[in-house]
Design a protein around this ligand. Structure first.
Ligand code: SAM
Length: 285
């Protein structure tokens, strides 16, 4: 019933507590100690820092984080994991599990619970990856970094370069707030039970100075509208989103030094910022 270091194995704990996996909650747990230690390292969390985890699961990543971080606050939506966590986190004094749906929590509530700057670490259920990353990247919360296990395809989108097929609004939303890189690829075999896809860990180091003094909301709106219909030209998408006449939208695109036939996927973040200045000028004239 025990592993080498004296801890009861997660599989045994799950069997002993009679825990039933909820497929709909993306409950694919990590148990490999080297991989867990690797994710903690990727997060960059230090001994004087708070780590916030989303999705405690059976608490394996929570325990690994608690070995390095000053403190861990871990959010889990499924309260039926409590008996599992009572056993798996036994003796871990600096980790607290809060049973709440993070997607439904207001920013102020998260700030009140966390109380200081933190590094976010999560092995996310695939269906909440994008809303969850966006929630924290776009928030005013004092997040230093996000280290998230996501579906490999999503990781490729986050780190895509301008002009690549994977380049999308999430690439730019992340670029607006920080710098992203893939730290490791993780085979589906590393999870218990195994999902149908491979995963990757993405680290986003936040940089609040990016877009300082710019109208972030407008840049966001431009990005969202540019990718609203990928097959349409930027001018057509802008006309639809901002209510411009076609000729006016084409003029705007040309004034930004871009080909009037250009599509959103060819624009860098700097191009979107330049476009936002022109949209403002146009609104003033
Ligand atoms: N961190 C654990 C690990 O690495 O083994 C568990 C990862 S598992 C992929 C994702 C966990 O997130 C599940 O335990 C699931 O119940 C939980 N979860 C799903 N949606 C959530 C939400 N909206 N808020 C908090 N936790 C959530």
């Amino acid at each position: 019933m025990t592993e080498n270091n004296g801890q009861t194995s997660i599989r045994d704990i799950i069997a002993a507590t009679g825990f039933r996996f909820h497929k709909g909650l993306g409950q694919n747990f990590l148990t490999d100690k080297n991989l867990l230690a690797g994710i903690v390292k990727d997060s960059g969390v230090q001994s004087d820092e708070l780590a916030v985890e989303i999705g405690t699961g059976a608490g394996t990543l929570t325990r690994a984080l608690a070995e390095t971080a000053k403190r861990v606050i871990s959010f889990e939506v499924d309260a039926s994991l409590a008996p599992v966590l009572d056993l798996s986190l036994k003796g871990v004094e600096n980790a607290e599990v809060i049973f709440k749906d993070v997607l439904k929590m207001r920013e102020e509530e998260i700030a009140e619970i966390t109380g200081e700057e933190f590094r976010l670490v999560a092995n996310l259920p695939y269906y909440i990856t994008t809303p969850l990353i966006m929630k924290f990247v776009e928030s005013e919360l004092p997040v230093k970094s996000l280290t998230v296990m996501v579906q490999k395809e999503v990781a490729d989108r986050i780190v895509a370069k301008v002009g690549e097929a994977d380049y999308s609004s999430i690439t730019l939303a992340v670029q607006m707030a920080g710098n992203a890189n893939i730290t490791r690829i993780v085979s589906r075999k590393m999870f218990f039970p195994s999902p149908n896809v491979d995963s990757a860990v993405v680290h986003i180091e936040m940089d609040r100075s990016k877009l300082e003094g710019e109208d972030r909301e407008l840049v966001h709106k431009l990005v969202r509208s540019a990718f609203a219909m990928r097959r349409k030209t930027l001018a057509n998408n802008l006309a639809a989103a901002f209510g411009y006449a076609k000729a006016q939208a084409t003029e705007l695109v040309a004034a930004a030094g871009l080909d009037p036939q250009v599509r959103g996927e060819a624009l860098s973040l700097d191009d979107f910022v330049r476009l936002s200045h022109l949209v403002k000028e146009l609104a003033r004239s």
